[in-house]
Design a protein around this ligand. Structure first.
Ligand SMILES: NC(=O)c1ccc[n+]([C@@H]2O[C@H](COP(=O)([O-])OP(=O)(O)OC[C@H]3O[C@@H](n4cnc5c(N)ncnc54)[C@H](O)[C@@H]3O)[C@@H](O)[C@H]2O)c1
Ligand SMILES: [Zn+2]
Length: 365
């Protein structure tokens, strides 16, 4: 018998101004809340979060996130959690703040509410935390037993954030279906260590079709701080569909190549989703997909303002040695690139990156 696992947060709430109803949704989860967000984010929404939680009878303490999901920062927040005798932590902001709240809850127990203020990654719904050193070097990746008890995403807040976050979320979500599909075809395991479900595959596919149907107009709207139905669709694709799809559906080459790219300092200014976009197109090249598909996906990425050339993620004229470093890291033994349904070598990855760049530059003209 084949075991299959699908896991997810217990509840997901999305919509304009849902932030103001946070207290009602969180009410069954506890009565003493620790609110975590960086200065920018607390300035933006801190008061509304506190007012809503207070109205629901929560006793609140707020802590300013220092911006890095490091062991030291997690330790500091954990102390505040214990001092406040909290039974709920609310992580507000981007992927790093939410990961920090998640890692804290893992140590303290209690409930976790994830409150993304950007639709930039798969972090809000996941059970994963990416841990860094205090100076921002990647350290490790943890998959925890539990998911957030509640995810609340206010689409008006997301539409008012800088558009680059929204584009990046599209880049992260664009990978989900291609990776889940590769993992399914090869019979590989997901982050939960089993084969995936058909449910997760369909969710991943829906992430992709939603982006293709609504991505461009959603980016136009967000550029003008508007919440349209297409924005609602893409926020859901970036956050819920991609989040569930990547975890329960499986990863493959795209994220492994992203991880490889982070080896080069020059890519550090590019966001997670921007690097994943290059990884996705490289996966298609590696898989030997037809030109029409590669150009279609690259064309869509370019049309929503995502990178399709190496120069656009900080690699102007990278040497072949640099690309070999990326490729070696992408092919490390425990990397998800080996979930592709064929053997992948570092030489294949290096040349796929050269191929992606060439296609991207040609389409640019
Ligand atoms: N756990 C997971 O499954 C998972 C998946 C992908 C990525 N990640 C993590 O997420 C990180 C990337 O997250 P990210 O791209 O969201 O960025 P981030 O968390 O690194 O930073 C977000 C930035 O956006 C600002 N910000 C947030 N909301 C804002 C708003 N509404 N208006 C203006 N500024 C706002 C914050 O102040 C902060 O500077 C990765 O480095 C990785 O560590 C985790
Ligand atoms: Zn991702």
């Amino acid at each position: 018998m084949t075991t299959r696992i699908f896991r997810s947060p217990a509840a997901y709430i999305q919509g304009r101004n849902v932030l103001d109803d946070l207290g009602d949704y969180a009410d069954p989860l506890g009565d003493a809340a620790l609110v975590l967000g960086d200065e920018v984010v607390l300035d933006l929404v801190g008061e509304r979060v506190e007012t809503s939680l207070e109205a629901a009878g929560f006793d609140i303490d707020s802590v300013v996130f220092n911006g890095e999901c490091s062991e030291k920062e997690i330790g500091r927040i954990r102390e505040r959690h214990t001092e406040h005798d909290a039974n709920l932590i609310v992580g507000i902001g981007g992927g790093k703040a939410i990961d920090t709240a998640r890692a804290t809850r893992e140590r303290t127990g209690g409930a976790l509410v994830s409150l993304p203020t950007v639709a930039s990654t798969d972090a809000p719904t996941s059970s994963v935390a990416v841990i860094y050193s205090e100076d921002g070097e990647f350290v490790e990746f943890h998959v925890y037993e539990r998911h957030p008890d509640l995810v609340v995403i206010d689409t008006e807040v997301v539409a008012n954030a800088p558009t680059r976050f929204f584009r990046s979320g599209i880049g992260d979500a664009l990978a989900t279906w291609f990776e889940a599909d590769a993992a399914f075809r090869s019979g590989a395991t997901t982050l939960f260590g089993t084969r995936s479900t058909r449910t997760a595959q369909e969710i991943a596919k829906l992430a992709y079709t939603t982006l293709r149907e609504h991505g461009r107009s959603a980016v136009d709207a967000v550029e003008n701080n508007a919440v349209t139905e297409s924005v609602e669709a893409v926020v859901e694709a970036n956050t819920l569909l991609s989040g569930l799809g990547f975890e329960s559906g499986g990863l493959a080459a795209a994220h492994a190549i992203h991880n490889g790219l982070t080896q080069l300092e020059a890519t550090h200014e590019a966001t997670h989703g921007e690097k994943v976009t290059i990884g996705t197109i490289a996966q298609l090249v590696l898989e030997g997909r037809e030109d029409a598909l590669v150009e279609d996906v690259a064309g869509f990425a370019a049309s929503v303002g995502l990178p399709t050339t190496l120069a656009e993620i900080g690699l102007e004229d990278p040497s072949i040695e640099d690309l070999a470093i990326v490729a070696e890291a992408a092919c490390a033994e425990d990397e998800t690139i080996h979930n592709e349904p064929f053997e992948v070598t570092a030489d294949d990855v290096r040349d796929a990156l050269v191929g992606v760049d060439a296609v991207g530059r040609r389409l640019d003209h």
